[in-house]
Ligand binder design. Structure first.
Ligand code: NAD
Length: 255
């Protein structure tokens, strides 16, 4: 897919990886529809994209809410007249151990609450499902080629304290495979990216000692840069023979 003048939706486009993706796509001439919860963050990203000379618009939308997602994607198509790509990037963490056993009493406590579970499932898994369903329906109606990218994570193969998050990130990867199979007949591709530890707010909010320990364990000996994930997004959009795969961009952490 040639990115120039293509309309791409990036969820969670207000900051972090989403902003870096928007800027990289804008530098390739794509038009950006940016979804997030904060008007201020969205306005900043829209302004930066417009400096690249492309059209960019902000949409306040909670990706976990079906009615908001439906309205937003209809509005994107009304505003831009097309829709060619989606990056399912909006995501949250609510970490906590599954269970904890009191050493003295031996009593077992449930540590991960239903609130923690539901919040992360709603945004990361249901939000990804809803946005992709809406985007694919619009692409088929429009009769255009399309591509959907889910942002998974290195955590998709399991990580301490992240029962909820790991379930959603494994799901994001698996859903991309399913859509690659189901939607190929409509000229729509799907793929996923599993970033390692990237230096965005989500990761930089960890304690410096913890970050140093993480960096030391990565073969590249550093955290990744948001632009390194953004470049992978561009690569997937531009290469029409890529579909279904998960791209691990993690400085070699999983090798
Ligand atoms: P971030 O917290 O900086 O940005 C996430 C964005 O998503 C925010 O702007 C937030 O407002 C938005 N968002 C959250 N809930 C939303 C909702 N319900 N509806 C719409 N927007 C919502 O995080 P980030 O580090 O940029 O991460 C982006 C994605 O990459 C996430 O899916 C995350 O799980 C994934 N990821 C990040 C890393 C990393 O190291 N930063 C590693 C692996 C995967």
């Amino acid at each position: 897919m040639e990115l120039k003048d293509k309309v791409i939706v990036v969820t969670g486009g207000g900051r972090g990886l989403g902003r870096a993706m928007a800027l990289e796509l804008a530098s390739q001439g794509a038009k950006l529809a940016l979804i997030d919860l904060s008007q201020e963050d969205l306005d900043t990203t829209v302004g930066l994209c417009m400096e690249e000379g492309v059209e960019a618009r902000a949409y306040i939308c909670n990706v976990a809410k079906e009615d908001e997602v439906e309205k937003t994607f209809a509005q994107v198509v009304a505003d831009f007249g097309s829709l060619n790509g989606l990056v399912n990037n909006a995501g949250i963490t609510r970490d906590g151990l599954f269970l904890k056993v009191d050493r003295e009493t031996g009593k077992v406590a449930k540590k991960m609450s239903m609130d923690q579970w539901n919040l992360v499932i709603d945004v990361n898994l249901t939000g990804t499902f809803l946005c992709a369903r809406e985007a694919a329906a619009q692409m088929i109606d429009l009769g255009v080629e399309g591509c959907i990218i889910n942002i998974s994570s290195i955590s998709r193969s399991g990580n301490m304290g992240q029962t909820n998050y790991t379930a959603t990130k494994a799901g994001a990867q698996a859903m991309a495979v399913t859509w690659a199979k189901e939607l190929a007949r409509y000229n729509i591709r799907a793929a996923s990216i599993a970033p390692g530890y990237i230096g965005t707010e989500m990761v930089m909010s960890m304690k410096p000692e913890a970050l140093d320990k993480i960096a030391a364990g990565i073969p590249a000996k550093r955290l990744g840069k948001p632009e390194e994930i953004a470049k992978t997004v561009t690569f997937i959009f531009e290469n029409d023979y890529v579909s279904g795969r998960c791209f691990e961009v993690d400085g070699g952490l999983r090798i």
